[in-house]
Design a protein around this ligand. Structure first.
Ligand code: HSE
Length: 439
Protein backbone atom coordinates (compact mmCIF):
# COMPACT_ATOMS: atom_id res chain seq x y z
CA UNK A 1 0.00 0.00 0.00
CA UNK A 2 1.29 3.47 -0.80
CA UNK A 3 0.47 6.93 0.43
CA UNK A 4 -1.96 9.34 -1.18
CA UNK A 5 -4.42 6.54 -1.49
CA UNK A 6 -8.04 6.13 -0.56
CA UNK A 7 -8.85 3.10 1.56
CA UNK A 8 -12.25 1.44 1.48
CA UNK A 9 -13.37 0.32 4.91
CA UNK A 10 -15.94 -2.28 5.92
CA UNK A 11 -17.23 -1.75 9.42
CA UNK A 12 -18.58 -4.92 11.00
CA UNK A 13 -20.80 -3.88 13.89
CA UNK A 14 -22.03 -0.36 14.46
CA UNK A 15 -22.70 -0.12 18.17
CA UNK A 16 -21.04 2.30 20.55
CA UNK A 17 -17.46 1.88 19.28
CA UNK A 18 -18.51 1.53 15.62
CA UNK A 19 -20.39 4.83 15.81
CA UNK A 20 -17.30 6.42 17.37
CA UNK A 21 -15.14 5.17 14.50
CA UNK A 22 -17.63 6.51 11.93
CA UNK A 23 -17.62 9.85 13.76
CA UNK A 24 -13.82 10.16 13.83
CA UNK A 25 -13.51 9.17 10.17
CA UNK A 26 -16.08 11.82 9.26
CA UNK A 27 -15.15 14.66 11.63
CA UNK A 28 -11.36 14.16 11.41
CA UNK A 29 -11.28 13.26 7.73
CA UNK A 30 -9.30 16.33 6.70
CA UNK A 31 -6.92 16.16 9.67
CA UNK A 32 -6.19 12.50 8.91
CA UNK A 33 -5.66 13.32 5.22
CA UNK A 34 -3.29 16.14 6.11
CA UNK A 35 -1.31 14.04 8.61
CA UNK A 36 -1.20 10.75 6.74
CA UNK A 37 -1.71 11.57 3.09
CA UNK A 38 -4.46 8.95 3.11
CA UNK A 39 -8.24 9.03 2.90
CA UNK A 40 -10.50 6.58 4.69
CA UNK A 41 -13.95 5.90 3.30
CA UNK A 42 -16.45 3.67 5.04
CA UNK A 43 -17.93 1.74 2.13
CA UNK A 44 -19.95 -0.89 4.01
CA UNK A 45 -21.50 -1.05 7.45
CA UNK A 46 -22.66 -4.56 8.37
CA UNK A 47 -24.91 -5.20 11.36
CA UNK A 48 -27.21 -7.96 12.63
CA UNK A 49 -30.36 -5.84 12.47
CA UNK A 50 -30.24 -3.09 9.83
CA UNK A 51 -33.60 -1.62 10.89
CA UNK A 52 -32.26 -0.93 14.39
CA UNK A 53 -29.03 0.75 13.27
CA UNK A 54 -28.55 4.44 12.84
CA UNK A 55 -25.40 5.15 10.83
CA UNK A 56 -26.01 8.63 9.40
CA UNK A 57 -25.61 8.64 5.61
CA UNK A 58 -23.89 5.28 5.57
CA UNK A 59 -25.56 2.32 3.88
CA UNK A 60 -26.15 -0.52 6.26
CA UNK A 61 -26.48 -4.19 5.31
CA UNK A 62 -26.58 -7.56 7.03
CA UNK A 63 -24.42 -9.47 4.53
CA UNK A 64 -20.91 -9.49 6.03
CA UNK A 65 -19.54 -11.88 3.40
CA UNK A 66 -20.55 -9.67 0.47
CA UNK A 67 -19.14 -6.59 2.22
CA UNK A 68 -15.81 -8.25 3.03
CA UNK A 69 -15.47 -9.72 -0.46
CA UNK A 70 -16.39 -6.43 -2.13
CA UNK A 71 -13.64 -4.94 -4.31
CA UNK A 72 -14.29 -1.68 -2.52
CA UNK A 73 -13.10 -3.13 0.80
CA UNK A 74 -9.39 -2.77 1.56
CA UNK A 75 -9.51 -3.04 5.36
CA UNK A 76 -12.07 -4.69 7.65
CA UNK A 77 -12.84 -3.30 11.11
CA UNK A 78 -14.43 -5.97 13.31
CA UNK A 79 -16.48 -4.57 16.19
CA UNK A 80 -19.06 -7.33 16.52
CA UNK A 81 -17.39 -8.85 19.58
CA UNK A 82 -17.59 -12.42 20.88
CA UNK A 83 -16.24 -15.62 19.42
CA UNK A 84 -19.01 -16.61 16.98
CA UNK A 85 -19.86 -14.48 13.93
CA UNK A 86 -16.83 -12.28 14.56
CA UNK A 87 -14.45 -15.23 14.14
CA UNK A 88 -16.07 -16.35 10.90
CA UNK A 89 -15.97 -12.81 9.53
CA UNK A 90 -12.32 -12.32 10.49
CA UNK A 91 -11.33 -15.64 8.91
CA UNK A 92 -13.18 -14.72 5.72
CA UNK A 93 -11.30 -11.43 5.46
CA UNK A 94 -7.90 -12.93 6.31
CA UNK A 95 -8.28 -15.67 3.68
CA UNK A 96 -8.77 -12.89 1.12
CA UNK A 97 -5.59 -11.22 2.39
CA UNK A 98 -7.56 -8.30 3.83
CA UNK A 99 -6.20 -6.80 7.06
CA UNK A 100 -8.29 -6.75 10.23
CA UNK A 101 -8.57 -4.06 12.85
CA UNK A 102 -10.39 -5.37 15.92
CA UNK A 103 -11.28 -4.58 19.54
CA UNK A 104 -12.27 -8.18 20.22
CA UNK A 105 -10.38 -9.29 23.34
CA UNK A 106 -12.51 -12.42 23.97
CA UNK A 107 -11.79 -13.73 20.50
CA UNK A 108 -8.06 -12.98 20.62
CA UNK A 109 -7.71 -14.34 24.18
CA UNK A 110 -9.28 -17.61 23.01
CA UNK A 111 -8.07 -17.95 19.39
CA UNK A 112 -5.33 -15.33 18.97
CA UNK A 113 -2.53 -17.71 17.99
CA UNK A 114 -4.65 -19.45 15.34
CA UNK A 115 -5.92 -16.17 13.86
CA UNK A 116 -2.47 -14.55 13.81
CA UNK A 117 -1.10 -17.63 12.00
CA UNK A 118 -3.93 -17.44 9.48
CA UNK A 119 -3.19 -13.75 8.90
CA UNK A 120 0.47 -14.52 8.28
CA UNK A 121 -0.32 -17.37 5.94
CA UNK A 122 -2.31 -14.96 3.79
CA UNK A 123 0.30 -12.24 3.99
CA UNK A 124 -1.84 -9.88 5.98
CA UNK A 125 -2.25 -8.78 9.61
CA UNK A 126 -4.47 -8.21 12.63
CA UNK A 127 -4.26 -4.90 14.50
CA UNK A 128 -5.78 -5.02 17.97
CA UNK A 129 -4.81 -1.96 20.00
CA UNK A 130 -8.44 -1.37 21.06
CA UNK A 131 -8.76 -4.86 22.58
CA UNK A 132 -7.11 -3.88 25.89
CA UNK A 133 -6.95 -0.52 27.62
CA UNK A 134 -9.46 1.14 25.26
CA UNK A 135 -7.75 4.26 23.92
CA UNK A 136 -4.54 3.75 25.91
CA UNK A 137 -1.78 2.71 23.46
CA UNK A 138 -0.50 -0.10 25.68
CA UNK A 139 -0.23 -2.72 22.92
CA UNK A 140 1.82 -0.34 20.82
CA UNK A 141 4.03 0.29 23.86
CA UNK A 142 4.55 -3.40 24.65
CA UNK A 143 5.29 -4.47 21.09
CA UNK A 144 7.29 -1.44 19.95
CA UNK A 145 8.17 1.24 22.50
CA UNK A 146 9.33 -1.19 25.19
CA UNK A 147 10.90 -3.80 22.92
CA UNK A 148 14.34 -3.14 24.42
CA UNK A 149 13.10 -4.15 27.88
CA UNK A 150 12.82 -7.47 29.62
CA UNK A 151 9.52 -6.91 31.34
CA UNK A 152 9.32 -8.29 34.87
CA UNK A 153 5.84 -7.20 35.88
CA UNK A 154 2.72 -5.64 34.48
CA UNK A 155 0.03 -4.46 36.88
CA UNK A 156 -3.11 -2.90 35.54
CA UNK A 157 -6.51 -1.48 36.23
CA UNK A 158 -8.05 -2.64 32.97
CA UNK A 159 -11.76 -2.75 33.72
CA UNK A 160 -13.46 0.64 33.89
CA UNK A 161 -16.78 -0.74 35.17
CA UNK A 162 -15.16 -2.27 38.26
CA UNK A 163 -13.11 0.85 38.82
CA UNK A 164 -16.24 3.04 38.72
CA UNK A 165 -17.92 0.76 41.28
CA UNK A 166 -14.87 0.54 43.57
CA UNK A 167 -14.29 4.29 43.40
CA UNK A 168 -17.87 4.92 44.59
CA UNK A 169 -17.57 2.34 47.37
CA UNK A 170 -14.28 3.90 48.50
CA UNK A 171 -15.25 7.56 48.31
CA UNK A 172 -18.90 7.37 49.35
CA UNK A 173 -18.93 4.35 51.64
CA UNK A 174 -21.55 2.69 49.41
CA UNK A 175 -22.23 -1.03 49.24
CA UNK A 176 -21.39 -2.99 46.10
CA UNK A 177 -25.09 -3.21 45.23
CA UNK A 178 -25.61 0.56 45.54
CA UNK A 179 -22.52 1.34 43.46
CA UNK A 180 -23.45 -1.21 40.77
CA UNK A 181 -26.98 0.20 40.50
CA UNK A 182 -25.62 3.71 39.96
CA UNK A 183 -23.04 2.49 37.43
CA UNK A 184 -25.84 0.79 35.47
CA UNK A 185 -28.02 3.89 35.63
CA UNK A 186 -25.18 6.06 34.29
CA UNK A 187 -24.27 3.60 31.54
CA UNK A 188 -20.88 2.56 33.02
CA UNK A 189 -22.10 -0.98 33.71
CA UNK A 190 -24.16 -3.17 31.43
CA UNK A 191 -27.58 -4.57 32.36
CA UNK A 192 -25.81 -7.91 32.73
CA UNK A 193 -22.50 -6.85 34.29
CA UNK A 194 -21.17 -10.40 34.82
CA UNK A 195 -18.24 -10.23 32.39
CA UNK A 196 -16.94 -7.10 34.07
CA UNK A 197 -17.63 -7.67 37.78
CA UNK A 198 -16.54 -11.31 37.70
CA UNK A 199 -13.09 -10.21 36.51
CA UNK A 200 -13.35 -12.13 33.21
CA UNK A 201 -13.08 -9.04 31.01
CA UNK A 202 -9.90 -8.06 32.87
CA UNK A 203 -8.54 -11.62 32.59
CA UNK A 204 -9.03 -11.65 28.81
CA UNK A 205 -7.22 -8.33 28.54
CA UNK A 206 -4.44 -9.61 30.81
CA UNK A 207 -4.05 -12.69 28.59
CA UNK A 208 -3.35 -10.40 25.62
CA UNK A 209 -1.09 -8.00 27.49
CA UNK A 210 0.91 -10.71 29.26
CA UNK A 211 1.44 -12.60 25.99
CA UNK A 212 3.03 -9.51 24.50
CA UNK A 213 4.91 -8.40 27.62
CA UNK A 214 6.51 -11.79 28.27
CA UNK A 215 6.62 -13.17 24.70
CA UNK A 216 4.83 -16.27 25.86
CA UNK A 217 1.38 -17.54 24.92
CA UNK A 218 -1.08 -16.88 27.72
CA UNK A 219 -4.74 -17.88 27.61
CA UNK A 220 -7.57 -16.83 29.87
CA UNK A 221 -7.49 -20.27 31.53
CA UNK A 222 -3.93 -19.60 32.77
CA UNK A 223 -5.18 -16.76 34.94
CA UNK A 224 -6.56 -16.99 38.48
CA UNK A 225 -9.67 -14.80 38.61
CA UNK A 226 -11.73 -13.33 41.45
CA UNK A 227 -14.26 -10.57 40.86
CA UNK A 228 -15.59 -7.78 43.02
CA UNK A 229 -19.12 -9.09 43.60
CA UNK A 230 -18.60 -10.22 47.18
CA UNK A 231 -16.48 -7.30 48.29
CA UNK A 232 -17.79 -5.78 51.53
CA UNK A 233 -17.73 -2.07 52.23
CA UNK A 234 -16.23 -2.73 55.70
CA UNK A 235 -13.11 -4.14 54.06
CA UNK A 236 -12.77 -1.06 51.89
CA UNK A 237 -13.06 1.06 55.05
CA UNK A 238 -10.59 -0.99 57.11
CA UNK A 239 -8.11 -1.07 54.21
CA UNK A 240 -8.40 2.69 53.90
CA UNK A 241 -7.67 3.17 57.60
CA UNK A 242 -4.46 1.19 57.08
CA UNK A 243 -3.46 3.33 54.09
CA UNK A 244 -4.63 1.05 51.27
CA UNK A 245 -7.15 1.46 48.45
CA UNK A 246 -8.85 -1.65 47.04
CA UNK A 247 -8.63 -1.99 43.25
CA UNK A 248 -9.39 -4.82 40.87
CA UNK A 249 -5.90 -5.47 39.54
CA UNK A 250 -4.77 -7.58 36.62
CA UNK A 251 -1.27 -8.74 37.57
CA UNK A 252 1.37 -10.58 35.57
CA UNK A 253 4.75 -11.14 37.20
CA UNK A 254 7.84 -13.08 36.24
CA UNK A 255 8.97 -15.37 39.05
CA UNK A 256 12.69 -16.05 39.66
CA UNK A 257 12.50 -19.26 37.60
CA UNK A 258 10.80 -17.41 34.70
CA UNK A 259 7.39 -18.94 35.38
CA UNK A 260 4.55 -16.41 35.15
CA UNK A 261 2.20 -15.62 37.98
CA UNK A 262 -1.06 -14.37 36.45
CA UNK A 263 -4.03 -13.17 38.42
CA UNK A 264 -7.01 -10.84 38.56
CA UNK A 265 -8.49 -10.07 41.97
CA UNK A 266 -9.44 -7.23 44.30
CA UNK A 267 -6.14 -6.05 45.78
CA UNK A 268 -5.00 -3.70 48.52
CA UNK A 269 -2.82 -1.07 46.86
CA UNK A 270 -0.81 1.32 49.03
CA UNK A 271 -2.22 4.84 48.78
CA UNK A 272 1.14 6.15 47.52
CA UNK A 273 1.13 3.76 44.53
CA UNK A 274 0.08 5.63 41.37
CA UNK A 275 -2.58 2.98 40.71
CA UNK A 276 -4.36 3.97 43.95
CA UNK A 277 -5.08 7.36 42.37
CA UNK A 278 -6.70 5.95 39.23
CA UNK A 279 -10.39 6.51 39.68
CA UNK A 280 -13.71 6.20 37.89
CA UNK A 281 -13.73 4.73 34.40
CA UNK A 282 -10.01 5.32 33.83
CA UNK A 283 -7.60 2.49 33.13
CA UNK A 284 -3.90 2.46 33.99
CA UNK A 285 -1.20 -0.10 33.43
CA UNK A 286 2.10 -0.05 35.32
CA UNK A 287 4.90 -1.78 33.47
CA UNK A 288 8.22 -2.66 35.07
CA UNK A 289 10.98 -3.10 32.48
CA UNK A 290 14.69 -3.68 33.09
CA UNK A 291 15.84 -0.79 30.91
CA UNK A 292 13.19 1.87 31.40
CA UNK A 293 12.20 0.94 34.94
CA UNK A 294 8.65 1.78 35.94
CA UNK A 295 6.33 3.30 33.34
CA UNK A 296 2.63 4.06 33.54
CA UNK A 297 0.06 4.06 30.74
CA UNK A 298 -3.10 5.89 31.73
CA UNK A 299 -6.28 6.92 30.00
CA UNK A 300 -9.86 6.04 29.20
CA UNK A 301 -10.26 2.30 28.84
CA UNK A 302 -13.72 2.20 27.32
CA UNK A 303 -16.37 4.27 25.59
CA UNK A 304 -17.08 5.26 22.02
CA UNK A 305 -14.45 7.88 21.29
CA UNK A 306 -11.52 6.56 23.38
CA UNK A 307 -11.84 3.07 21.89
CA UNK A 308 -12.40 4.50 18.40
CA UNK A 309 -9.21 6.53 18.87
CA UNK A 310 -7.26 3.25 19.14
CA UNK A 311 -9.16 1.67 16.22
CA UNK A 312 -8.39 4.59 13.91
CA UNK A 313 -4.72 4.61 14.98
CA UNK A 314 -4.57 0.94 13.96
CA UNK A 315 -6.32 1.76 10.71
CA UNK A 316 -3.63 4.27 9.85
CA UNK A 317 -0.80 1.81 10.68
CA UNK A 318 -2.44 -0.89 8.60
CA UNK A 319 -2.98 1.49 5.68
CA UNK A 320 0.68 2.58 5.86
CA UNK A 321 1.73 -1.05 5.85
CA UNK A 322 3.68 -0.81 9.10
CA UNK A 323 1.50 -3.32 10.96
CA UNK A 324 2.03 -5.85 8.15
CA UNK A 325 5.81 -5.45 8.38
CA UNK A 326 5.80 -5.80 12.17
CA UNK A 327 3.51 -8.75 11.94
CA UNK A 328 5.89 -10.50 9.58
CA UNK A 329 9.08 -9.56 11.40
CA UNK A 330 8.44 -9.35 15.14
CA UNK A 331 8.37 -12.56 17.12
CA UNK A 332 6.24 -11.23 19.91
CA UNK A 333 2.77 -12.29 18.83
CA UNK A 334 1.23 -15.46 20.28
CA UNK A 335 1.56 -17.48 17.04
CA UNK A 336 5.35 -17.23 17.24
CA UNK A 337 5.86 -17.80 20.96
CA UNK A 338 5.74 -20.90 23.17
CA UNK A 339 3.04 -21.50 25.76
CA UNK A 340 3.81 -19.63 28.98
CA UNK A 341 5.09 -21.62 31.95
CA UNK A 342 2.63 -20.81 34.68
CA UNK A 343 3.26 -20.63 38.41
CA UNK A 344 0.36 -22.54 40.02
CA UNK A 345 -1.70 -20.08 42.02
CA UNK A 346 -1.17 -21.89 45.34
CA UNK A 347 2.54 -21.10 44.97
CA UNK A 348 1.91 -17.35 44.82
CA UNK A 349 3.84 -15.39 47.47
CA UNK A 350 1.83 -12.44 48.69
CA UNK A 351 1.04 -10.39 51.74
CA UNK A 352 -2.53 -10.80 52.93
CA UNK A 353 -5.33 -8.85 54.59
CA UNK A 354 -7.70 -10.98 56.66
CA UNK A 355 -10.91 -9.77 58.24
CA UNK A 356 -12.47 -12.25 60.59
CA UNK A 357 -15.68 -11.93 62.58
CA UNK A 358 -14.72 -13.29 66.01
CA UNK A 359 -16.76 -13.97 69.10
CA UNK A 360 -15.57 -11.54 71.79
CA UNK A 361 -14.59 -14.25 74.32
CA UNK A 362 -11.26 -15.24 75.90
CA UNK A 363 -8.78 -17.22 73.81
CA UNK A 364 -10.14 -16.43 70.32
CA UNK A 365 -7.10 -14.60 69.04
CA UNK A 366 -4.84 -17.36 70.39
CA UNK A 367 -6.75 -19.92 68.29
CA UNK A 368 -6.53 -17.74 65.18
CA UNK A 369 -2.84 -16.96 65.54
CA UNK A 370 -2.10 -20.64 66.24
CA UNK A 371 -3.77 -21.63 62.96
CA UNK A 372 -1.74 -19.03 61.08
CA UNK A 373 1.48 -19.92 62.91
CA UNK A 374 1.05 -23.62 62.19
CA UNK A 375 0.69 -22.80 58.50
CA UNK A 376 4.00 -20.91 58.69
CA UNK A 377 2.37 -17.52 58.26
CA UNK A 378 3.92 -14.56 60.02
CA UNK A 379 1.65 -11.68 61.07
CA UNK A 380 2.60 -8.09 60.43
CA UNK A 381 -0.32 -6.47 62.31
CA UNK A 382 -3.45 -7.48 64.18
CA UNK A 383 -6.26 -5.27 65.31
CA UNK A 384 -9.56 -6.00 67.01
CA UNK A 385 -12.21 -3.33 66.58
CA UNK A 386 -14.16 -2.22 69.59
CA UNK A 387 -17.85 -2.59 69.01
CA UNK A 388 -20.96 -2.63 71.11
CA UNK A 389 -23.11 -4.24 68.44
CA UNK A 390 -23.65 -7.99 68.10
CA UNK A 391 -21.71 -10.99 69.37
CA UNK A 392 -19.05 -10.89 66.70
CA UNK A 393 -16.31 -8.28 66.40
CA UNK A 394 -14.13 -7.67 63.37
CA UNK A 395 -10.48 -8.69 63.71
CA UNK A 396 -8.17 -7.38 61.02
CA UNK A 397 -4.89 -9.13 60.39
CA UNK A 398 -2.19 -8.35 57.87
CA UNK A 399 0.61 -10.78 57.15
CA UNK A 400 4.16 -10.80 55.90
CA UNK A 401 4.82 -12.67 52.64
CA UNK A 402 3.13 -16.05 52.71
CA UNK A 403 2.21 -18.75 50.22
CA UNK A 404 -1.34 -18.70 48.85
CA UNK A 405 -1.73 -22.43 49.53
CA UNK A 406 -0.69 -22.00 53.17
CA UNK A 407 -3.04 -19.05 53.58
CA UNK A 408 -6.03 -20.95 52.16
CA UNK A 409 -5.26 -23.95 54.38
CA UNK A 410 -5.05 -21.72 57.47
CA UNK A 411 -8.27 -19.96 56.49
CA UNK A 412 -10.08 -23.28 56.30
CA UNK A 413 -8.98 -24.08 59.83
CA UNK A 414 -9.94 -20.59 61.06
CA UNK A 415 -13.35 -20.64 59.38
CA UNK A 416 -14.11 -23.99 61.03
CA UNK A 417 -13.50 -22.57 64.55
CA UNK A 418 -16.82 -22.25 66.44
CA UNK A 419 -15.69 -18.80 67.66
CA UNK A 420 -15.46 -17.43 64.09
CA UNK A 421 -18.49 -16.18 62.17
CA UNK A 422 -18.57 -16.49 58.39
CA UNK A 423 -17.74 -15.35 55.84
CA UNK A 424 -14.21 -14.14 56.51
CA UNK A 425 -12.55 -11.87 53.98
CA UNK A 426 -9.11 -12.70 52.59
CA UNK A 427 -7.59 -10.18 50.18
CA UNK A 428 -4.12 -9.86 48.74
CA UNK A 429 -1.87 -6.86 49.26
CA UNK A 430 0.46 -5.81 46.45
CA UNK A 431 3.83 -4.18 47.01
CA UNK A 432 5.78 -2.69 44.12
CA UNK A 433 8.69 -4.91 42.97
CA UNK A 434 11.51 -4.40 45.49
CA UNK A 435 13.92 -2.68 43.13
CA UNK A 436 11.27 -0.08 42.33
CA UNK A 437 9.94 0.49 45.86
CA UNK A 438 10.44 4.06 46.94
CA UNK A 439 11.72 5.20 43.52
N1 HSE B 1 -16.48 -3.31 29.81
C1 HSE B 1 -15.12 -2.89 29.73
C2 HSE B 1 -14.78 -2.00 30.93
C3 HSE B 1 -14.81 -2.10 28.50
O1 HSE B 1 -15.65 -1.70 31.75
O2 HSE B 1 -13.63 -1.62 31.06
C4 HSE B 1 -14.65 -2.96 27.31
O3 HSE B 1 -13.59 -3.85 27.46
Amino acid sequence: MTSDRTFGITLLGCGIVGSGVARILTEQREMLQRRTGMTFDIRHVVVRNAAKTRAGDLTVSTDFKAAIESKETDIVIELIGGTGAAKTAIETALRLGKPIVTANKSLLAAHGAELFALAKKHNTCIAFEASAGGGVPIINALTRGLIANRIDALVGIVNGTCNVILTRMTRNGWTYEQALAEAQEKGFAEADPTMDVSGRDAAQKLALLASLAFNARVTEGDIYVEGIETLQKVDIEFAKEMGYIIKLLAIAERAADDRLCLRVHPTLVHHEDVLAEVSGSFNAISVYGNSLGHSLFYGRGAGAMPTASAVVADLVSVAMGTTQIEFKQLRVFPDTTAAAKILPFHELQSRYYLRLMARDVPGVLAQVTTALGEAGISLSAIHQRETDAGQFVPVIITTHLAKEGAMQAALQVIDALPVIGRPSACLRIIDPPLEFAGN
